[in-house]
Design a binder for this molecule. Structure first.
Ligand SMILES: *[C@@H]1O[C@H](CO)[C@@H](O)[C@H](O)[C@H]1NC(C)=O
Ligand SMILES: *[C@@H]1O[C@H](CO)[C@@H](O)[C@H](O)[C@H]1NC(C)=O
Ligand SMILES: *[C@@H]1O[C@H](CO)[C@@H](O)[C@H](O)[C@H]1NC(C)=O
Length: 461
């Protein structure tokens, strides 16, 4: 009797679990699309690398330059440069054969990307000028197999990245193409026709997902019209219900000019979005190591690149407020991640190697920044031992004394400094606040640079 009951209960539970999984079917509307829980891997990852690479990497002249040339606009600096260096009838398309990628070694890239501590990569597969970095069937003579590299750039990186443990592969894709005649004719019809979406945008998205199993679809180029023209919810319902990545994929919010910062998976809002306060929904700060450009820029000076202090600061402020950081590099037309980007990425990995406990899989704490000290950002982790609170301190404390306003401590509270084996002294304030006294530390026993993480346990808040 009792055995039967157990068996029946087990069957019932099994059936239930099955029902739940089978019955979740997303409808092509935002309420249903938004109801899908974001797969956990995304929030836990915290750090991704964005890669802007394409025909624009050939002129590598300035950030927005290649659009202007294509549009025939007369930007004075660009016109002078072109007149001095190219024949008069040279067009943007003429750069494509020079997108040679002869030094592109995807395994070498994957080594650098993995060494950065990032947990996902987002590669530009097609930017607004429509050139696809994979042999798309719907981008005839304007793709990386037909002109330029004669290689499947996306496929090579997807394979190389997936050889690494714990790092996901994502694809950036521009919905629109500024100069595609099909797009322009739909636009001239007030977006009542969808020829471009039918012939180009959707087939490309299906190719990317089916061929490369994108873990992230980072959509862009949405802003001239609404999600209705793009058939965004129809595509996302397919992606979430039927695609080969339906359980693991995450998407952003750039699916129409009325959608950004409101609907989708995680919210990107604007480029370099970093609100500095806790957000209700999962969001991502996409930004660049070269302050002035997404693509490679031959004229960049050392000063134009973020320092490691800048990078640890943006990691701290982003992650504390519930965001992920998607940090961008621009490889060269011949396929190299130049040493300045490689160094920043490897150094970021060095910092995360010691301090990752405060970052990966962390949760925002009750305070994001300190109430007293500036340049201090908090994260937290729950474990069976209770909650640990991490104060990421961007400037080494004056006289080795750190005074914080937010933590509430008792005599049972403890503090340590990540990467340092010795002990520190914690003095609870009256009411809230703590004072941490750091002993004199030799540079030989403690090599952490750029930002420091103090870990508190047994706090009262
Ligand atoms: C967009 O979705 C609507 C509604 O399902 C459908 O009738 C239309 O054919 C789709 N358009 C494209 C280009 O797929
Ligand atoms: C903490 O952040 C808030 C909101 O951005 C800001 O107003 C405040 O000045 C910051 N506190 C300190 C001590 O910097
Ligand atoms: C819990 O605390 C013990 C003793 O300090 C430590 O060894 C262990 O790693 C901690 N567990 C977690 C999940 O933090």
């Amino acid at each position: 009797m009792s055995l039967l009951l157990v068996r029946q209960t087990t069957t019932f539970i099994l059936l239930c679990a099955l029902c739940c999984c089978v019955s979740v079917k997303y409808e092509p509307n935002w309420e249903s699309i938004d109801s899908r829980p974001l797969p956990n891997w995304y929030d836990e990852s915290k750090i991704g690398i964005f890669i802007h690479w394409g025909v624009f990497s050939v002129p590598s002249f300035s950030s927005e330059w290649f659009w202007e040339l294509w549009k025939g606009q007369k930007i004075p600096g660009v016109v002078d440069f072109m007149n001095r260096n190219y024949r008069p009838d040279f067009t943007y398309a003429d750069f494509a054969p020079q997108f040679t990628t002869e030094f592109y070694n995807a395994d070498e890239w994957a080594d650098i990307l993995a060494a950065s501590g990032a947990k996902y990569v987002v590669l530009v597969t097609k930017h607004h000028e429509g050139y696809t970095n994979w042999p798309s069937k719907v981008s005839w003579n304007w793709n990386s197999m037909d002109v330029g590299p004669k290689r499947d750039l996306v496929g090579e990186l997807a394979v190389a990245v997936r050889k690494k443990e714990g790092i996901k592969f994502g694809t950036y894709h521009s919905l629109f193409e500024w100069y595609n005649p099909l797009y322009l004719s739909d636009k001239a019809n007030g977006f009542k026709t969808q020829d471009f979406v039918r012939e180009k945008t959707l087939p490309e998205l299906y190719e990317l997902v089916n061929n490369y199993k994108s873990d992230v679809i980072w959509s862009d180029g949405d802003w001239e019209t609404t999600d209705v023209y793009w058939n965004a919810t129809e595509f996302l319902a397919w992606l979430y219900n039927e695609s080969p990545v339906k359980d693991s994929v995450v998407v952003n919010d750039r699916w129409g000019k009325n959608i950004r910062c409101k609907h989708g998976g995680f919210l990107n809002c604007d480029d370099r979005y970093n609100p500095g306060v806790l957000q209700k929904r999962k969001w991502e700060n996409s930004m660049t190591i070269d302050k002035y450009s997404w693509g490679y820029r031959r004229r960049a000076r050392l000063d134009d690149f973020l320092t490691m202090e800048d990078i640890t600061s943006v990691i701290a402020s982003t992650v504390s407020c519930g965001g992920n950081l998607l940090i961008n590099i621009g490889p060269t037309h011949d396929g190299k991640i130049v040493p300045i980007f490689e160094e920043r990425l490897r150094q970021m990995g060095e910092w995360l190697g010691v301090n990752g406990e405060a970052i990966y899989a962390s949760k925002p704490w009750s305070h994001q920044n300190d109430t007293l000290a500036s340049g201090v950002w908090y994260t937290s982790q729950k474990s069976t031992n209770g909650t640990s609170v991490y104060a990421i301190v961007l400037d080494w404390p004056d006289n080795n004394v750190l005074k914080l306003g937010a933590p509430v401590a008792s005599h049972a509270s403890m503090v340590s400094l990540l990467g340092y084996k010795g002990s520190l002294t914690l003095t609870p304030g009256t009411g809230s606040g703590v004072t941490v006294t750091i002993p004199p530390i030799s540079v030989n026993e403690f090599k952490v640079r750029w930002a420091w993480v103090f870990k508190f346990t047994n706090l009262q808040n």
